[in-house]
Design a protein around this ligand. Structure first.
Ligand code: GDP
Ligand code: IMO
Ligand code: MG
Length: 430
């Protein structure tokens, strides 16, 4: 059974949402398995734009079941707002088409506040987080003091757990010089949101297991990208979860053999939002142009994304780390009209050429990209749906990338619109 996992292979925003939406036509259940509302996945369907942060991208298709797996951190207020926004766009969300793992840890207002306080205190050493409380919420999960969704159903346990959690947080808050929190007020706030979210809570792991047993197809929707992975990314400039394919199993409640095909989503150039190393970052007009043509503004925070040429070294490494079988190359159309294109094929580190991205912070900041230059194309790839529609130089660019990253290109995306995809190998058939 070929269940497909979609993983971002760079610093996020590669176009995962678009590809998950496209693939969900072939799937029955779509599962988010890590991250939280730091993610921003954009879908464009017949010109109508849907922005999803916590809801799996399958939610926009009738007849699909969307699952928020145990590996996600859920801000119940943000989720309720997102559901309201989607309902205003005529999307139906009911406990039949949305199930949230009852054991997900919750993001509370104190997590967002802590995220903001820490970033402010870090000054120019800040991470550039989305300020959504993601890191602090994962810390509490691993610290075994998180409030989980199911706790909302048990008021006396909830009170005890909130008191324990606040013993920890109030000590931190005293240290940071901010007002301590009152447990009763937090319990009250949680009791008010509980009826809006508890109807969706359930043993998500059983649902996905039973769906598999019944021969249904599961689609795993990753958030962020491998270079933001807490182990493999540009630490400490990373998010606080594992984003690689192994996490899809752990974060959904399945064994690793549930993953049939891992599809890496790769942008035809590179972007990053937030701080941290970025070897091919281009602060000249070229980077500006990539940003303008690719409309590179964050879906979640509206921040301008940093832009640069394609980095084959980073992507090759990411694909291996994530266990990717094939990629979807996105935003090829953004490269239309450039006279020449550069691709990073190695790094210079203190005068030595290396073919991988080193782990040390200093080395990551000081590697200099070694470029190969390729001719660009003047024709348009925008909206292309077949290989035959691509200019010869665009075909060469895709083939060269395929060679450098040591991984086949399964799909190419040529516009934000749902159906503007060139299919070369079907991940569900491969
Ligand atoms: P995600 O976080 O990986 O889902 O990606 P985002 O939605 O944050 O950012 C990708 C942006 O590029 C969105 O605005 C998409 O609508 C858009 N997009 C996706 N694929 C393509 C493509 O092939 N061409 C162009 N021009 N835009 C695309
Ligand atoms: P999608 O799923 C791009 C980045 C933030 C920051 C770092 C840590 O849309 O690709 P966090 O708030 O997670 O603690 O921030 O990670 N980041 C993303 N960048 N796309 C995302 O998600 C991101 N989610 C987090 O900008 O650098
Ligand atoms: Mg995004």
């Amino acid at each position: 059974m070929a269940d497909v996992a979609v993983i971002g292979a760079q610093w996020g925003d590669e176009g995962k949402g678009k590809l998950v939406d496209w693939l969900s036509a072939r799937a029955d259940v779509v599962v988010r398995f890590q991250g939280g509302h730091n993610a921003g996945h954009t879908l464009v369907i017949d010109g109508k734009v849907y922005k999803l942060s916590l809801l799996p991208s399958g939610i926009v298709r009738d007849g699909k079941v969307s699952v928020i797996g145990n590996g996600v951190v859920v801000d119940p207020w943000a989720l309720v707002d997102e559901m309201d926004r989607l309902r205003d766009q005529s999307i139906s969300i009911t406990p039949v088409n949305l199930v949230i793992a009852e054991n997900v840890p919750l993001i509370l207002p104190l997590h967002g506040e802590l995220d903001v306080l820490r970033e402010a205190a870090a000054g120019d050493k800040k991470i550039g987080t989305t300020k959504r409380g993601i890191g602090p919420a994962y810390e509490d999960k691993v610290g075994r003091r998180a409030i989980r969704l199911i706790d909302l159903a048990y008021p006396s346990t909830l009170k005890e757990k909130v008191e324990k959690l606040l013993t920890h947080h109030n000590a931190l808050r005293r240290g940071l010089g901010v007002k301590e929190l009152n447990p009763e007020a937090l319990v009250e706030k949680l009791k008010q949101i509980a009826p809006k979210i508890l109807p969706y809570a359930g043993p998500a792991w059983r649902l996905v297991q039973e769906a598999r047993k019944a021969g249904k197809r599961i689609l795993f929707e990753g958030a962020q990208g491998v270079l933001l992975d807490v182990d493999h990314g540009t630490y400490p400039y990373v998010t606080s979860s594992n984003v690689v394919a192994g996490q899809a199993a752990a974060g959904a409640g399945l064994g690793p053999k549930a993953l049939g095909y891992v599809l890496g989503i790769v942008k035809a150039y590179t972007t990053r939002v937030g701080e941290g190393p970025f070897p091919t970052e281009d602060e000249s007009e070229t980077g500006q142009l990539l940003g303008e043509r690719g409309r590179e503004f964050g879906t979640v925070t509206g921040r301008k994304r940093r832009c640069g040429w394609f980095d084959a070294v980073l992507v090759r490494q990411s694909l291996k780390l994530a266990g990717v079988d094939g990629i979807a190359l996105t935003k090829l159309d953004v490269l239309d009209g450039f006279n020449e294109l550069k691709v990073c094929i190695g790094y210079d580190l203190d005068g030595k050429q290396i073919d991988y991205f080193p782990a040390g912070m200093d080395a990551q900041a000081s590697v200099k990209p070694v470029y190969e230059t390729m001719p660009g194309w003047q024709g348009s790839t925008e909206g292309a749906r077949s290989w035959a529609d691509l200019p010869a130089e665009a075909v060469k660019y895709v083939r060269r990338i395929e060679e450098l990253i040591e991984c086949p290109v399964a799909l190419v995306s040529t516009s934000p619109e749902r159906e503007d995809v060139i299919l070369m190998r079907d991940p569900y058939e491969d």
